[in-house]
Design a protein around this ligand. Structure first.
Ligand SMILES: *Cc1c(COP(=O)(O)O)cnc(C)c1O
Length: 408
């Protein structure tokens, strides 16, 4: 009989959201009159920008005419989109990225989880704690995370982020090969300054490790936090950057993103010689990926048009207003809160001595508000709780009033 990949059996299971759904369902069936408000939504809710829809429809019609029909697209993405990215995402920041350093993809989750194929099986991985679970699971599936013991993987290097260090991860305390960073951060909603990020770039340069930088929430930045890791000097020698139209332009159901792998980012080959990760990724994309459909790449291009950008930013502004209402309102209720300025997430401390699942139940049962327990994002998430800005303005206001009524 086929022997299956043993690492899958070690996975703790998608415990977090399944458990939330179970508790909400149980409560709702016992209390059908309860009007629940969900501030746990991790998905956008505003519709696509009209300029984006228009571009998608136009490109779809082109596919139905003999003169403009297109078959397989280029493996790494259409020129028009790659050029729009180079100009708008990088040249606008004073960063030069070469045409063949950009890879169009079907999203950042796929990229951040597929990129581990380029690492040796014994590579040591560092992640922040709390963390977006995809970095951990994709490596655990290949055995790099070791064994799951109690609440953590024994071969991962966790970088604890908490109130004491202002959610700024410490540098690894032992040698690692890869560091995953995500800023603005999911789940904490916090950012790193250029100086804080530079410590990681310098460390990677000094030790020879590679940084995988997830910038999925960069469109939410309102402070002077960096929009790209390449704003940091030297980053083009050590960092891969993943971006997505999911949160920027509401593409979670439309699917498009991109990854940048500069030629300067290298690993060690079998003969001890440096190997470009860019060349390896090209090889992988050519064999395993057929690209994103033409209408969707045209839709992504339209995000950068004058109208498209204005419309997308209006949606971001809507979410950021919700984030501010949550942040200020929950703070007024007496809670300590973080994030919510450069991100659609507010990370709050649970009342002293109350664990994050107990607080989840308290909010659900007493004021009918659903959030996400911090413990679900890693051991350091215990004692914290995530609220998201993706519900409507009205529901968000109502939820915050309910939390204020509850008090601390
Ligand atoms: C939502 C999200 C993404 C985007 O993933 P897509 O596959 O592009 O939809 C990436 N990283 C983080 C941390 C996210 O929360």
């Amino acid at each position: 009989m086929l022997k299956v990949n043993p690492n899958y059996e070690k996975l703790p299971g998608s415990y977090l959201f399944a458990e939330i759904a179970r508790r909400v369902k149980t409560y709702s069936s016992e209390n059908p009159q309860a009007d629940l408000i969900r501030l746990g939504i991790g998905d956008v809710t505003r519709p696509l920008a009209p300029a984006v829809v228009e571009a998608m429809v136009k490109a779809s019609r082109e596919m139905g005419e003999a003169e403009t029909f297109r078959g397989y697209g280029p493996d790494y993405g259409y020129d028009f989109l790659v050029n729009a990215i180079i100009k708008n995402d990088y040249q606008a920041l004073g960063v030069e990225i070469a045409f063949d350093e950009v890879f169009i993809s079907d999203g950042a989750k796929c990229d951040v989880s597929n990129v581990q194929e380029l690492f040796s099986n014994d590579a040591v991985i560092a992640v922040t704690d709390p963390v977006y679970p995809v970095y951990v699971d994709s490596n655990a599936m290949m055995g790099r995370a070791g064994e799951y013991v109690k609440d953590r993987w024994n071969r991962l290097c966790y970088l604890p982020c908490n109130e004491e260090n202002g959610f700024v991860p410490p540098l690894p305390d032992r040698p690692v090969d890869v560091i995953y960073l995500c800023y603005p951060n999911n789940p904490t909603g916090t950012t790193l300054t250029k100086a804080q990020l530079k410590l990681f770039v310098d460390y990677a340069k000094h030790t020879g490790c590679v940084i995988v930088y997830d910038a999925a929430y960069k469109a939410f930045i309102t402070s002077d936090a960096p929009h790209s890791i390449y704003e940091i000097e030297g980053a083009k020698d050590v960092a891969i950057e993943c971006c997505s139209y999911s949160k920027t332009a509401g593409f979670t159901g439309t699917r498009c993103g991109f990854m940048v792998i500069p030629h300067g980012v290298v690993g060690m080959g079998g003969n001890g010689q440096p190997v470009e990760l860019n060349a390896m990724w090209k090889r992988r994309m050519g064999s395993k990926f057929n690209g994103v459909s033409y209408p969707i790449q045209r839709a992504a291009e339209a995000v950068y048009s004058v109208d498209g950008w204005q419309q997308c930013m209006a949606n971001i502004h809507y979410y950021l207003t919700n984030a501010r209402i949550i942040r200020e309102g929950v703070q007024k209720a007496g809670y300590t809160v973080f994030g919510g300025v450069d991100a659609p997430y507010v990370w709050m401390k649970t009342p002293t001595g109350m664990d994050s699942w107990t607080f989840f139940d308290k909010l659900l049962h007493e004021v009918h508000v659903v959030g996400t327990p911090g413990a679900g994002f890693g051991p350091c998430g215990e004692g914290y709780f995530r609220l998201t800005a993706f519900n409507t303005l009205e529901k968000t206001q109502e939820a915050v009033e309910r939390i204020q009524r509850l008090g601390r």
